[in-house]
Structure formats: C-alpha cells, structure tokens
Design a protein around this ligand. Sequence first.
Ligand code: KIV
Ligand code: ZN
Length: 506
Amino acid sequence: MERIIIFDTTLRDGEQAAGGTLNIQEKLEIARQLEKLGVDVIEAGFPISSPGDFEAVSLIAKEVRASSICALTHANPDGIDRAWEAVKGAEQPRIHVFLSASDIHLVYQLKKSRDEVLQSARDMVARAKKYVDDVEFSPMDASRAEPEYIHRIVEAVIDAGATTVNIPDTVGYAIPDEFGELIAGIFQRVPNAGRAIISVHCHDDLGLAVANSLESVKRGARQVECTINGIGERAGNASLEEIVMAIKTRSDFFDLTTNIDTTQIYKTSRLVSEMTGFAVQPNKAIVGANAFRHESGIHQDGIIKMSKTYEIMDPRTVGIPSSKLVLGKLSGRHAFRERLAELGYGLSEEDFSRAFTAFKELADKKKKVTDKDIESLVAEEQRTTSEMYHLDRLQVSCGDRGIPTAAVRLIAPDGQVLADAALGTGPVDAIYQAINRLVGVPNVLTEFSVKSVTEGIDAIGEVLIIIESDGVTYTGRGADTDIIVASAKAYINALNRLLAAKRAAG
Ligand code: KIV
Ligand code: ZN
C-alpha cells in the first residue's frame, strides 16, 4: 500500500486558534508526543513571528529526532533566513514558504500582479533551497485562485527546487468534488508534478476539512496537513485522528496507509486538550468522550453479542484504555505505576513521586479513583511544574449573608511568599481580586466554566477559564475536588501562561 505523509501543524496553525497560546516547554512536550505518535513532519512554528516561536522551533529541532521538523515563513528573505536559523539543528529540517495566490489576496492584500507573485515564489523557493533540500511551498488561498494560475505556480516552484507543494483551502471554502478536481488537475496539467509530493491543507469553516483532505488523497495527494483534535485558526484544521482512522478503518476503500501508531492517538488528544485548554466536544469523532459509548438498549444488546454490530473501530486501536479497574486508598505504588503505564504515561521518577502523592491525597477524599481522575491529576501535576506563580494557601469565606472574602498566599517566581486578601461579589471573584493584587497584571476574565471529571458528589471538578490581555486570549485550567481551589488554580494557570507569553515576546 502507498503511504500518506502525515504533516502535523498543531504547534503552528493549531496554536493560531484564538486562546491557544502554548509556552516553550508545552510545545516541546507536545512535539515529543507527536514523535511518539509517528507523525512524519512536525510544523513546529513560524520563527520570524516572535522570539518565543523562534526559540520553540530551535529547541524542538534539537530534541526531536525521528520526525522532520518544519519552520514556516513568508516568502521573503528575512523570514527564510530566520526559518533556517531555527531548524538547522534538526536531523531532518524542512522550510515551508507560503505566498498568496488568489486574486482577492493579490489585489486587496499584497497589491501585486500575478507575474510578480510568481517570480517571488520562484526566487524564495530557490533561496530556501540554498539552505536545505527539503523545501515546501504553499500558494495560499489556492482553492479560490484560478486553477491555471495555480498550475503555473506549481510548475515554477518545482523547477526552483520545491520537494513538496501544498495546496491550501485557507478559508475552508472548497467542496470535496471541486477540491478533488483541483488536485487531479495538477497531475493532469503540470508537466513536472511527478517530481514533488502534492500536499493538501484544509480548514473547517464549512465542516468539510476532513472530507476535502480524503477526497484529495483519492485524487493523488500524498501529504495531508492536519492538527490534533482539529484545532486551528477559526473553525480549525482537518483533524489528524479522523483522517488517519478513516484511512485505516477503510483501507479496503483507500488502499493507503500511514506511519501513525494509532494507539497513541487518545493520549495525544488528551495532552493537546490539556495544554491548550481546548476541551474536546463529547461527540467528536474518534476522541470524544461519547465516541465509543452506546446508550440505546438495542445498541447495547448488539455490542454485548458481537461488538462489530455497532462498533466500526475497536477503542483500543486508538489507545482508549480497556481496563475498568479502579484504584483506591489501599492501592500502592506498583498498582499506580501499572495503571499509568496502561494509560500511556511514562513519567520520570520525580514526576511519578509527585503524581503518586497527589493520587494518595485524592484517594483519601474519594473512594474510587478512576482513569479519568488519574488523567486529571497527572495533567494538574504537569501544569504546576512549569508555573511561575504557585498557589500555596487559600481561604475563603462566603454565604448568603456575609461579604465574600478571600485570603491568598502565593509563591512568586523568585521564591518570595506573597499574601493578600480581597472582597468580591462571590468567592471566585474575591479570590481573583486577591490574586490580582499580588500579581498585578491587568486582564479581563471572558469565560469561566466548571465540569466534573467523573460522576458522584466526590468527583474532581475541572475549571476552565479564558482571560484577555492586550487583545490576546489565554486559557487556564485547574482541577481539584474543591471547585473553589480549582478556580484559583485555573486563574493562576492562565496568568502564568500570559506572563510566559509576554516574556517570550520580549
Ligand atoms: O491555511 C493556510 O493557507 C496556511 C498556510 C500558511 C499553509 O496555514
Ligand atoms: Zn492554515
């Protein structure tokens, strides 16, 4: 079977999603997991866009060896030079140059003629080629450009040395049949098309990103650009897990394969959701909480008799743990370690010890500790290891008569202990006011939600918040059996992200 190259852009286009800012350590952790997942190419960032992005791409290029590491750049000399500086330490570096191709972009945004754009595309690919053999070019907004002009660009950039030409549906406008025709047309009308890999990059504005990507591979595209959980600019990008599982589950139809270790999909999805703060909708294909749940009696009856009656994929193929074993306060280190391994976590000894302490504390409060609790507590531990400000103590008084009051103690980045108290309209507001007095970073809280990780009165509560500062949004998460504590942790998590982003931006 022929193989489809999986190009993951979670760390670049995925991070462009509003509120999806990741810090450098978080990016590295996701990149390591993408490598484990078997992604062929990791688009690690856009180095000229900020010093933080440059640093993240350089670090990932040095640390991740099995996947190609790609840096995105505009079609201009400085961007290309900076992209090379960032990826040059990689085992398999790639530079990805993009330039608009539709008349609507050329006339209103670039104010350049088609011939000028064609010339720049050619020149900039040639410039990137001086640094590295693996050069990708994308004619942005290709799905709204004139196909004949796309053919001219594809031919020119392949002549200039592009090894991959990516056809983006930048605004998610394409319809599968029409987009498939565009791809087929390239093979029919571009004489040198066979000398490069033809790739696709689809956005989900009409909910067609995966359908457009799959239609393209049927028509000869051999690289697909996608993100974990489909996150990305606006409505997002094509979702990696949906494309990979469609190709695998319907190999009878596609007769294609990928390098992806599908058993790592669930874990990667959880990690990206935790780090970005973007929850996965329950009915999301492949990785949603309900994707393998059967509620109706007739379906449950069928599943018990023969799982294939209503299940086209075995949940274990995507790494959803099969064990229903629950741990409790008598479970020891060994049982906890085994459970973590089954859930796909390979923690260092130090991280394991911290997670085990947190598990014991939880088991004291909660009779049964489930897989979802463990995932939540490991995520909480991971969040707190990279933080600048750390919540040390919290005390709140509230009720229907008194004035909500919070006293907060934080450990500052330099180890100093800071304490203050404040009043608020409710307990959460009082906590946030007290934290604001200590941290002093102006921001506006735009979203706040609480959900329980499992059923039951003793469940862990997970708080997700979004704050805004200088027009940029930052998400924060916190988990605890006490939702007031979880709210404080979520706010500190969001502030830590905000501060890290400001520091990285210089
Ligand atoms: O959507 C798009 O066109 C892009 C390009 C940079 C490939 O993200
Ligand atoms: Zn895109």
